[in-house]
Ligand binder design. Sequence first.
Ligand code: GLN
Length: 339
Amino acid sequence: MVDNQDLNSSPSSTSTIASPFYNYLQELYERYQCLDDGTVANYIPELALANPQWFGICVVIPKGKFFQAGECQRLFTIQSISKAFIYGMALEDHGRDYVNCKVSVEPTVEEFNSIVLDEKTNRPYNPMVNAGAIATTDLIKGNGATERLKRILHVFRLYTGRDLDINVPVFLSERSTNNRNRAIAYLMLNFGMVTERIEETLDLYFQQCSIMINARDLAVMTATLANGGINPITGERALDERYVQDVLSVMLTCGMYNYSGEWVYRVGIPAKSGVGGGIGAIVPGKLGIGTFSPLLDTRGNSVRGMKVCEDIAQDFGLHLFNVAQPKYNLQDWIEPNEL
Ligand code: GLN
């Protein structure tokens, strides 16, 4: 099963705070709920079971307040969104210079699962595509598979503030079908870019992709990055502040795969998507956004999620380079002195 929770999706059943911003998110939800473009991922058989109607939007501000609309409790697998957080762990485990020897930070026009490495250095292009992510997962320290997985789950718990589970059917489904990732891993092994424990690392990669989160968790995770690495709900540090900038930089330039250039142009905030239907986006110092809708475009990005992020960024003037007067003022809408 893709999803093991069927919770009440009514916003009134949550701790959502009534405010103009809450009404705004509700309007966004209603605007895009009927957008049926895209298809659910089916190259991982278990993901094909997702219901195209599922849709949730959650925003968390660094002071820890939630704003949400739609199904924000429904669990889905994190998939490629995990790559951003694993990159952060690899940086903490080895430092920037060493990680940079193993994986570059260049955007690529190739698809996220391309079997391609930089020809001169044999490095994967960036940690946000499969090759780069398998390389960063290889860098996760720990004595054996169990300890490495435990460390990943521990760090993801710091980001979400709650214990997380792996969706075992999704993990096994991908493990038994995704020979493409296996091919990428062995190509990197051939060039000495990853270590011999490659089967263990592949399992770890498939497991990290199968971690179940919901839109609320995702908004807390991104709000943690927006908050300099400290979880705004628990107050615990999830990422060393030295590496927040690195993670956000590659999310900005590479997080939406081969749509990243257009994403920066149109939306202009760091983000990461996954084929489970999630998108996590960050406005440093201001917001963490988590959206969930499993209908994907041909590049593997959630169609509704992209629309939601684009509207929020445009309406509140959150694009990194925006200097124009925004349509709405975030500060007024979230309550004065909350940002
Ligand atoms: N587990 C997926 C894969 O490796 C993740 C891809 C994604 O979310 N884009 O194919």
